[in-house]
Ligand binder design. Structure first.
Ligand SMILES: Nc1ncnc2c1ncn2[C@@H]1O[C@H](COP(=O)(O)OP(=O)(O)OP(=O)(O)O)[C@@H](O)[C@H]1O
Ligand SMILES: [Mg+2]
Length: 264
């Protein structure tokens, strides 16, 4: 299980789960590459303790307008997009070390890269970022002992773009309420449709309603792989742009990491 996408409805805890799972895998001796594939949120680097975000990979390809132009030409001529410059994206595969250091933030055995962010009104849709995310996942060659975690944007659009095609597993996260569980069910089924190994995580579960919510998950065909409790410590840390690595969430995170690592 090398490349893993984390998805779900807005605010369910995808970034939080990316963070705690990164730490769980690091604890087990893995190297972890975190890919920020969310074009709307700006804070993932802060949770990992970096003072600023990595330069987005879209800049490496000349910025969003340039990439948009490549895609426009490709649609018009019905041919594969061609990137004119010599760069790692033109290679069959690449490694993180093929990029200049401003694109890859490193801390111990983890590295963070970011695809790109929406910054201006009227700048157009996020399609170029979807294309770039897919190409990045397809081309990055992971070494033995490396795991990649992709933090996706809210919702299921990335399934439509084919991003999950490039990963080995999908973790679907939901909060304990109907809309969130229904989005999770859709994502879960979309991942299964692609024959991906699929995990379902119930996050922010309040103890007193746990059984009721687990019943709702079951009724929606969601087999629960991990339950993370609602933690006021985690929430409090997030007010300061941090995620707490408290036992109440690290215990299920480590169990989930071990489960993910089990052979199929
Ligand atoms: N188990 C938990 N207990 C308490 N708070 C939590 C828990 N998990 C996540 N949170 C909090 O919920 C908020 C949203 O979490 P997070 O940003 O990870 O969600 P997300 O799914 O990535 O959101 P988005 O869709 O905007 O990317 C944060 O304040 C986070 O600290
Ligand atoms: Mg997020």
């Amino acid at each position: 299980m090398k490349k893993i996408a984390i998805c779900g409805k807005g605010g369910v805890g995808k970034s939080f789960l990316t963070y705690v799972l990164t730490n769980a895998f690091l604890d087990q001796g893995f190297k972890v590459i975190v890919v920020d594939g969310d074009e709307s949120n700006f804070s993932l680097h802060k949770y990992f303790g970096f003072p600023s975000a990595p330069q987005p990979l879209v800049d490496f390809l000349g910025g969003k307008p340039a990439l948009k132009e490549v895609l426009r030409k490709s649609f018009q001529s019905n041919t594969e997009p061609t990137l004119e410059e010599v760069n790692p994206f033109n290679q069959k595969t690449f490694k993180l070390s093929d990029f200049p250091e401003e694109y890859v933030l490193k801390k111990g055995n983890m590295a963070l890269v970011s695809i790109g962010k929406i910054r201006k009104s009227l700048e157009g849709c996020a399609c170029p970022y979807g294309f770039l995310t897919k190409m990045f996942l397809e081309k990055i060659a992971l070494e033995e002992g490396e795991i990649l975690l992709l933090d996706t944007e809210a919702g299921v659009e990335h399934f439509g773009r084919g991003i999950e095609k490039e990963v080995d597993a999908v973790i679907v996260v939901a909060e304990p309420y109907l809309d969130s569980i229904e989005v999770a069910k859709r994502a879960y089924n979309l991942a299964k449709e692609l024959s991906k190994r699929t995990f379902f995580v119930l996050n922010k579960a309040p103890n007193e309603l746990r059984e009721k919510v687990l019943e709702l998950c079951k009724a929606n065909g969601l087999e629960v792989d991990a339950v993370f409790p609602y933690s006021s410590k985690v929430y409090e840390a997030s007010i300061l742009g941090k995620f707490g690595l408290v036992d109440e969430v690290m215990v299920p995170a480590k169990e989930l990491a071990s489960r993910i690592l089990l052979p199929t």
